[in-house]
Design a protein around this ligand. Sequence first.
Ligand SMILES: C[S@@+](CC[C@H](N)C(=O)[O-])C[C@H]1O[C@@H](n2cnc3c(N)ncnc32)[C@H](O)[C@@H]1O
Length: 284
Amino acid sequence: MTIASPIDPKGQDLSMTDADFEIVSQYAHKHFGLAMSSSKKPLVSSRLARRLRHLKIDKFKDYIKQLDGPNAENEKNELLSLLTTNVTHFFREPHHFETLKNDVLPPVLAKARSGGRLRIWSAGCSSGQEPYSIAMLLRSMCPDVDRLDAKILGTDIDPVIVRKAQTAKYPMDELAQLPHEYRPKDLTGDTMPSSITSMVTFGTLNLIQPFPFKGKFDAIFCRNVAIYFDNPTQQKVWSAFQRALNPGGYLFIGHSERMSGPASAHFKTAGITTYINTPAGGDT
Ligand SMILES: C[S@@+](CC[C@H](N)C(=O)[O-])C[C@H]1O[C@@H](n2cnc3c(N)ncnc32)[C@H](O)[C@@H]1O
């Protein structure tokens, strides 16, 4: 069966068959951990049809061949961008930043002031608003943070969005909405100042693959990312985060995501979509 299909300007019928959809969804699951039920087919079909027109390809099966061809890496990233959203904003879900300020950072800053490390990871950071929000909050609490061994890491699977995050450039109206107490005093134009960007390191990382880190984190923000994964993949990612956190470290997840699987035994609920790593046993 095929669904009502987009027609390209030359009148060609870019219809996606169930078999085409199945191949794309298996590819997306294998490479990105994405779960795509058949209800997503109309959306996927129309987004991909646009891409096919751009590439001047008139059959889905020829597009699918490109995903294994010489230009595969580039097309893989394009496909990922078509299948996911990069929507984000500064200080999204403000209650997490309240917890960061009141509960997470005071003891971690004390540890860093006596020579320890402070590490926070924004996993699935999109265009950078999340890690820069963390950096602004941290700077506001600790103006001399440069003296400490304090680092914020921002990673995303999509190299294009990571490059955008690194430019630290945002629309002026978006920057105008920064909360007054966290707005950097040296922010004048449309680009985050170096007092903030110097605190954040970016990298490309696929969360469904093993993490490359040696050290552990005091807090991980992974919000509105696992929503795309199927349940077994989510559970693997929660367990990987649990192993990547210090004892007492915090995990913040998105408003429509929930902790589940074996990691639940180690995470104690500490607020809305907020969990503390308690290796001896959690409560969820
Ligand atoms: C909706 S944005 C969330 C941004 C931010 N965390 C927030 O809550 O505002 C989702 C991000 O997850 C990224 N993403 C999707 N699958 C991923 C994966 N397997 N590994 C890492 N990042 C992934 C996407 O590229 C996108 O930038």
